[in-house]
Design a protein around this ligand. Structure first.
Ligand code: GP9
Ligand code: MN
Length: 616
């Protein structure tokens, strides 16, 4: 009995650390939208930390464990908040671009939940007492005891961790190096292992960036890009010499189109314009941690977003064959228009890289009406009509709206659209906000129609990403009265509207092809007969496949949905799980190649090399 008592008094800090940190990791797993960190790998990672602590003498050991507990707890709280908004886990790359998050303070602030901060309770209220008790004991442990404890913990920890990492690397071969699905890694290995792996990969990627690109890899990418090229039979060149007006609408999610609440259409103006256009009703957003900036990046480059963090921040030094540059080579004037801060998402830097002649940002607009994050869509679009009028045709104008931005809490300024029983809920506030934006878009397009602009312009309009976050999914399911609330049903709701309006409305109807933001640039190339280079998307009017690839390795087409987070295939029509066939295995491989090549192009600034090669 005495032995046990003395063990406890000697190692109370270690016992407390293992118990509390494991409790936090498991509760975190449960809390993070019901994903469960695997107990064993998580324990192994904690053992590795304890082994390092055992090298120190008592006071140093207690301090080391306290610091580890602080770091782990802060990561857990940050992951929880980040996951609620981005459905992903924080990474070093995100922290590098993290300062962008402060501009959406209202969004993040809305996601804070007092319960999340309970993870920090022990750090503040319990451990300081334990440490004071320990140092008062002044018990000295012999070096022999400390070394043997180190060896026991490190061998057990490394052995179990190695087994867990090896098993995951066999199950998903490229996952540990590309980290394309961070949630799945944390789920399988625990949050401590995930963050250690992320730090390792970030350091390694930066070292890797310095090494020259191998000739084989370079040729493989060239071949792959070439294979992705679409054949352009249908509608080729129909838009030559005309203007392109592309409108990216903040948080315009597909479920509001042709939907009503309280007997009234949510988006009557978009519904009307959709009936006069080619409307793509199986069009998905493909953004990742870069949010809105990912949407813009894809539609103007047809390259995937960064595997972690925002391409707009991590790769602003790269060269691109972006849409504005392409149009400029055809004699077009090109401009981006957005009423918010020019530096937000690093747009002022990135738009120059894309080749825009002008970027009309916050300083180019009279800030005469503010709703939510900034300039109201009404004021932005009204002033933009004047800007378009003064543009020399043919032009490519890219407009980004702002008012319907999460958490849609400026409700008194959205007008008096009555959402009935949904009043005061997130989805109710969203419907009011998007109804307001719809009204402004209707005014904008009607004005362009009236002043003759649309006679000589093609309009592309799409949503940038979802509006209702996963932790509020019940509100959306209840509104839509969908029978099933399955993961598949949720993923099928991650659509955004996309329509293309042609001057004479000769091309119109509902197009069911499965597509996404990656496909807009190749589609525009076909319509305007632009050079199609270094793109990974497809032309929606001449699709070679019906697949939509997501950044985390999931994909959907008209037959099946692959959830990389669960490594499960679903039949899109019946909702049943289907077994992994050779064909599907090949699809998965193709997807990972595509994502891998896109990452390689960004990490090694390959467009610059590809351009140099072409000009040789
Ligand atoms: C800010 C606006 C919002 O300019 O585009 O960006 P988001 O928070 O949606 O990524
Ligand atoms: Mn957005």
């Amino acid at each position: 009995m005495d032995k046990i008592k003395s063990f406890f008094t000697n190692f109370i800090d270690v016992i407390f650390f293992v118990t509390v940190v494991m409790f936090k990791i498991l509760v975190y797993g449960k809390h993070m939208s019901s994903f469960k960190s695997s107990f064993i790998p998580a324990l192994a990672s904690v053992f590795v930390l304890v082994s390092i602590a055992c090298i120190f003498k008592t006071r140093g050991r207690a301090r080391f464990l306290y610091i580890c507990n602080c770091i782990i707890s802060i990561f857990i709280v940050s992951d929880l908040i980040y996951y609620k908004y981005f459905k992903d886990i924080i990474s070093v790359s995100v922290l590098i671009s993290g300062f962008q998050l402060n501009a959406v303070k209202s969004s993040v602030a809305n996601l804070l939940d007092f319960k999340d901060f309970l993870y920090l309770f022990d750090i503040v209220f319990i451990i300081p007492f334990i440490n004071r008790y320990l140092t008062s004991q002044n018990r000295k442990l012999s070096t022999k005891v400390r070394v043997s404890m180190f060896l026991v913990f490190i061998l057990v920890g490394i052995f179990i961790d190695f087994k867990s990492f090896y098993a995951l690397s066999k199950e998903q071969p490229r996952l540990l190096t590309t980290m394309y699905n961070k949630v799945y890694i944390a789920k399988k290995l625990g949050t401590v292992n995930y963050h250690c792996l992320d730090i390792y990969n970030c350091v390694f990627a930066n070292i890797n960036r310095l090494t020259p690109v191998s000739k084989d890899k370079f040729q493989a990418i060239e071949y792959f890009i070439d294979k992705s090229k679409s054949s352009h039979e249908n509608l080729n060149g129909i838009g030559q010499g005309k203007n392109l007006i592309m409108i990216q609408v903040e948080a315009l999610q597909g479920f509001v189109i042709n939907s009503s609440v309280n007997g009234k259409e949510i988006t009557p103006n978009l519904n009307r314009w959709i009936s006069r256009s080619e409307y793509f009703d199986n069009f998905y957003y493909q953004v990742a941690a870069g949010g809105t900036s990912d949407a813009e990046f894809m539609t103007n480059n047809s390259l995937y977003p960064a595997s972690a963090g925002a391409a707009y921040l991590l790769y602003s030094g790269n060269e691109y064959n972006a849409m504005p540059k392409n149009f400029k080579n055809k004699g077009y004037y090109t401009a981006a228009l957005h009423g918010f801060r020019e530096s937000f998402w690093n747009r002022n830097v990135m738009y120059r890289k894309f080749g825009f002649d002008n970027f009309y940002g916050e300083k180019s607009y009279k800030q005469n009406e503010s709703i939510g994050l900034g300039l109201s869509d009404k004021s932005f679009l009204t002033q933009s009509v004047e800007k378009l009028k003064n543009m020399k045709s043919p032009y490519y104008a890219f407009l980004i709206t702002l008012t319907s931005h999460f958490p849609y809490d400026d409700v008194n300024k959205y007008g008096d659209f009555d959402v009935g029983d949904y009043k005061g809920s997130l989805i109710g506030n969203y419907m009011k906000a998007i109804h307001y934006t719809d009204e402004q878009l209707g005014m904008f397009l009607d004005e362009l129609d009236k002043n003759g602009t649309l006679k000589n312009s093609i309009v592309v309009l799409y949503g940038d990403h979802y509006a209702i976050p996963k932790d509020k999914q019940d509100q959306l399911f209840n509104f839509l009265k969908t029978g099933s609330k399955s993961d598949l049903e949720w993923e099928k709701l991650q659509k955004v509207p996309m329509f293309i309006h042609f001057p004479d409305e000769s091309v119109k109807g509902v197009n069911h092809v499965y597509g996404g933001q990656m496909d807009i640039y190749p589609t525009v190339c076909n319509l305007f007969k632009l050079k199609e280079e270094d793109m990974l998307g497809k032309d929606l009017f001449n699709p070679e496949s019906e697949r939509v690839t997501f950044r985390n390795g999931s994909f959907i087409d008209k037959d099946c949905y692959y959830s990389s987070q669960d490594d499960i295939y679903y039949d899109v029509n019946t909702g049943n799980k289907i077994s992994k066939s050779d064909k599907l295995e090949k699809e998965e491989d193709y997807i990972l190649n595509q994502l891998g090549y896109s990452d390689y192009i960004l990490r090694h600034n390959l467009i610059k090399k590809l351009n140099l090669d072409k000009n040789k």
